[in-house]
Design a protein around this ligand. Structure first.
Ligand SMILES: NC(=O)c1ccc[n+]([C@@H]2O[C@H](COP(=O)([O-])OP(=O)(O)OC[C@H]3O[C@@H](n4cnc5c(N)ncnc54)[C@H](OP(=O)(O)O)[C@@H]3O)[C@@H](O)[C@H]2O)c1
Length: 269
C-alpha cells in the first residue's frame, strides 16, 4: 500500500485516478478547492475503499500562501509520502490573475506544484520508491519570464501552454537535482472528456479513463527502467520528446531563478 497525494482530485482525471488507486487499496490523499466537492468525492472514495485509507484537504492553489499552508498540513499529518501527483490545473477561469497579480494558469499549473513539492520533499524522500508525477500537456510554449512574474499580459491559451512547458522544464531540473527521486512530466492525452477540455474547446477526443489509466500505471507499476527526468506523451503512448526548451540548461536555469525570486517576493509581502 502506497500513500499517494493527488492534487485537483475533486473532478476529471485526478478524481478518476483517486478512485482507481483507492479501489486498489492505496492510501489516497485527495485535494480540491471546493469543500463541498471534496466531501462528495471523499464519500465516493470511501464507498470503494476503506475509510481509514482516504483523507482530503481543501486549498486554493491560486493563492501561493494557501499552497504553503497545505504543504504544512500534509507535513504535520504524515511522516512519509510515496507518490505526489501534481494534477490540479486550470485553463479557463472567471478570474485571470491571483491575489499577487500573477496569471492564474501560471500560478495554479506551475508555481503551486513547485512550492508544494519543495515543501513535501522531506516526506517524499522517506519513501522506498518515491515518485513525483507532474501533469504537463501537448500544449507547450516558450516561457516568458515577464509573463511568469505578472508584468506581461498574455492570452489564456498562451498562458496555459507556457505553464505546461514550465512544469515540464522544472520536472527535468528536479530529476537532475534529486537523482534518488523518480520525477516524470506527462501529457495524459489530448482533449480527454473533462470539465477543463469541454470549457476550453467544447469537445473531447477520448474518455477520462485514458488519462487516469496512465497515471495509475506510472504510479504503481514496478520500476523497470529509469525514466526520471523524461516526458511521457500519452498521445503517443510512450516516453517522447518534449518542447525543445526543456532540454536547454540555460533556459531551465533562468526559469528556476525567476521562479525562486517570485516565491521569495511572495514570502516578503
Ligand atoms: N483534459 C485534458 O484533455 C488534458 C490534456 C492535457 C493535460 N491535462 C491536465 O490534466 C490535469 C487535470 O485536468 P482535467 O482535465 O482533469 O481538469 P478538470 O476536470 O477541470 O479538473 C481539474 C482539477 O483541478 C482543480 N483545480 C483547479 N483550479 C484549482 C485551484 N485554484 N486550486 C485547487 N484546485 C484547483 C479542480 O477543482 P474543481 O473541481 O473545484 O474545479 C479539479 O479538481 C490538469 O493539469 C490539465 O492541465 C488535461
Amino acid at each position: 500500500m502506497k500513500t499517494i497525494l493527488i492534487t485537483g482530485s475533486t473532478d476529471g482525471i485526478g478524481k478518476l485516478t483517486a478512485m482507481k488507486l483507492a479501489k486498489a487499496g492505496h492510501h489516497v490523499i485527495i485535494h480540491g478547492r471546493n469543500k463541498k466537492k471534496l466531501q462528495t468525492t471523499i464519500k465516493e472514495l470511501v464507498g470503494v475503499s476503506d475509510q481509514s485509507r482516504v483523507s482530503g484537504y481543501v486549498a486554493d492553489l491560486s493563492d501561493l500562501k494557501s499552497v504553503e499552508n497545505f504543504g504544512i498540513q500534509i507535513a504535520t499529518n504524515y511522516t512519509k509520502l510515496d507518490i505526489l501527483i501534481n494534477n490540479a490545473g486550470v485553463f479557463r477561469s472567471p478570474v485571470s490573475k491571483n491575489n499577487q497579480g500573477l496569471d492564474i494558469r501560471l500560478a495554479v499549473n506551475y508555481l503551486a506544484p513547485f512550492i508544494l513539492t519543495n515543501d513535501l520533499l522531506p516526506l517524499i524522500k522517506k519513501s522506498e520508491e518515491p515518485r513525483i508525477i507532474n501533469l504537463s500537456s501537448a500544449a507547450q510554449a516558450s516561457v516568458s519570464l515577464k509573463a511568469l512574474a505578472g508584468t506581461e499580459k498574455i492570452g489564456i491559451q498562451e498562458a496555459y501552454a507556457q505553464s505546461k512547458l514550465a512544469i515540464t522544464m522544472w520536472s527535468f531540473w528536479l530529476a537532475n537535482q534529486e537523482p534518488n527521486l523518480n520525477v516524470i512530466a506527462i501529457n495524459p492525452g489530448s482533449l480527454l472528456n473533462t470539465k477543463m477540455a469541454m470549457e476550453a474547446y467544447g469537445q473531447f477526443w477520448a474518455p477520462v479513463d485514458k488519462g487516469a489509466n496512465i497515471l495509475v500505471k506510472l504510479t504503481t507499476e514496478p520500476k523497470k527502467e529509469n525514466h526520471s527526468g523524461q516526458y511521457f506523451d500519452n498521445d503517443k503512448g510512450d516516453f517522447n520528446q518534449a518542447h525543445l526548451d526543456a532540454y536547454s540548461n540555460i533556459l531551465i536555469s533562468s526559469l528556476i531563478s525567476e521562479t525562486e525570486k517570485i516565491i521569495k517576493d511572495k514570502n516578503d509581502k
